[in-house]
Design a protein around this ligand. Structure first.
Ligand code: CP
Length: 333
């Protein structure tokens, strides 16, 4: 499998075989990391990390993965570069592409990622945009593979919450690409956009995936191997909208009753993080004060339960991002 020089701007940049290859490679890097093995596969590589928005996992994963394999990273925040302010994305792409071997981009607009990918001349990896979160999907599929207790092609997962956000879009399309049983469970007004459903349906026609978009929680979660949710109050959500959004999404909260409604004693819980599962954060405190809710998209008992594999999932960001960088700009054995 040769992915040298390739972008990952969205899941459909990969075939199912290429996606599975990166997950396999990520699994190999996970074993190597736990054995303390480093192989210098990114030695001499310079990597730009562009973040228009905050990040804990994605930035850390790119930095640690690069350092583990001998690469060097340069972090560029909006304050540290002209990108988008005094310099167009197209011009920045052509400059950075002359200096770096690969570019990670987290930003507001998928269009910016596409322009970088078209003009940089080196691999560009999408670290989350308004539309897609493909590096998260590599980690999520590796985590499902580790915890499903069955072959990946027999796995079912149900995402509950805002079905139009980047993580939901990516989960729908990734499951469709790989031939899984994907359920998106959201209030009608937060269903995925028709264009996203069209992409997923056309992939499913080839892969044999089963796709469901529904507002009915009982039907959506029944028999699922994984329940997955994402933060309801994401970066930039205006505070005046919080109450309305919480009222709309509360029936989709992942709590003990929702886990039990799967009818699967082995069901696991996934979350891309960060999560509002208790009042230990500034926002959590405010929601507790204003609404009396200690958790939002997931209750603390589920988040902290043995069924929760969210920290394995977070760790897998590192191994799969390493796989992505090594496969596209590094030296494979
Ligand atoms: N899941 C995720 O993308 O986490 P960060 O926002 O911390 O990078």
């Amino acid at each position: 499998m040769d992915l040298q020089g390739r972008n990952l701007l969205k899941e459909t940049d990969l075939t199912a075989e290429e996606f599975r290859y990166l997950v396999d490679l990520g699994a190999q890097f996970a074993v190597a990391k736990h054995l303390g093995q480093r192989s210098g596969r990114l030695a001499g590589r310079n990597i730009a990390l562009i973040f228009e928005k905050a990040s804990t996992r994605t930035r850390s994963a790119f930095e640690v993965a690069a350092h583990d394999e001998g690469g060097h990273v340069t972090y560029l925040s909006p304050e540290d570069s002209h990108l988008g302010h005094k310099e167009s994305v197209k011009d920045a792409a052509r400059v950075l592409g002359r200096m770096f071997d690969g570019i990670e981009f987290r930003g507001f607009a998928q269009e910016s990622a596409e322009i970088l990918g078209a003009f940089a001349g080196v691999p560009v990896w999408n670290g989350l945009t308004d539309q897609w979160h493909p590096t998260q999907m590599l980690a999520d599929i590796l985590t499902m593979r580790e915890h499903a207790g069955k072959p990946l092609d027999r796995v079912s997962y149900c995402y509950l919450g805002d079905g139009r956000n980047n993580t939901a879009n990516s989960l729908l399309v990734t499951g469709a690409l790989l031939g899984l049983d994907v359920r998106i469970c959201a209030p009608d007004e937060l269903w995925p956009a028709p264009e996203t459903c069209d992409i997923a349906r056309s992939l499913a026609a080839r892969s044999g995936a089963s796709l469901t978009v529904t507002a009915d929680t009982a039907g959506a979660v029944r028999g699922a191997d994984f329940l997955y949710t994402d933060v309801w109050l994401s970066m930039g959500e205006p505070e005046e909208n919080w109450d309305k959004r919480i009222d709309l999404l509360l029936p989709y909260q992942v709590n003990a009753a929702m886990m039990a409604a799967t009818g699967n004693a082995d069901v696991k819980f996934l979350h891309c993080l960060p999560a509002l599962h208790n009042a230990d954060t500034e926002i959590g405190q405010r929601i507790l004060g204003s609404r009396g809710l200690a958790g939002l998209e997931v209750t603390d008992d589920v988040f902290e339960s043995p069924a929760s594999v969210v920290f394995d999932q977070a760790e897998n960001r590192l191994h799969t991002i390493k796989a992505l960088m090594v496969a596209t700009i590094g030296q494979l054995a």
